[in-house]
Design a protein around this ligand. Structure first.
Ligand SMILES: [Zn+2]
Length: 108
């Protein structure tokens, strides 16, 4: 093994100073509110597990995919119902605009 090129040694010192992470200031009330919401979700999930309906959508009864439960362990609705609740249903066809297609150039 030869010497590794020492390219990492030339690190400017003042770069570190500007790399501070942004701190999000939450008010005490916001923290309490989000904690209460989380607690409620956990309790609800525990109850659903006990009832054996954890992977059932509480709105339409559809099976909630494992992937969704893995991503959001406290999810109580399927993706569709969650989207509808948020008013962002994906089912409604959005106005389709004709996209300008780039001309395909084939070279022989
Ligand atoms: Zn549903």
């Amino acid at each position: 093994m030869g010497n590794l090129a020492d390219t990492t040694s030339a690190e400017p010192d003042d770069y570190v100073g500007s790399a501070q992470t942004e701190t999000v200031q939450l008010t005490e009330r916001e923290i309490l509110e989000s904690a209460a919401t989380m607690l409620e979700q956990v309790n609800r999930t525990l109850l659903r597990i006990r009832q054996g309906v954890r992977n059932e959508c509480e709105n339409c009864g559809t099976k909630i995919p494992k992937v969704r439960l893995a991503a959001i362990p406290y999810a109580t609705t399927c993706v569709r119902c969650a989207a509808e609740a948020e008013g962002t249903s994906n089912d409604e066809p959005v106005k389709q605009r004709p996209k300008p297609r780039p001309p395909k150039v084939r070279e022989a």
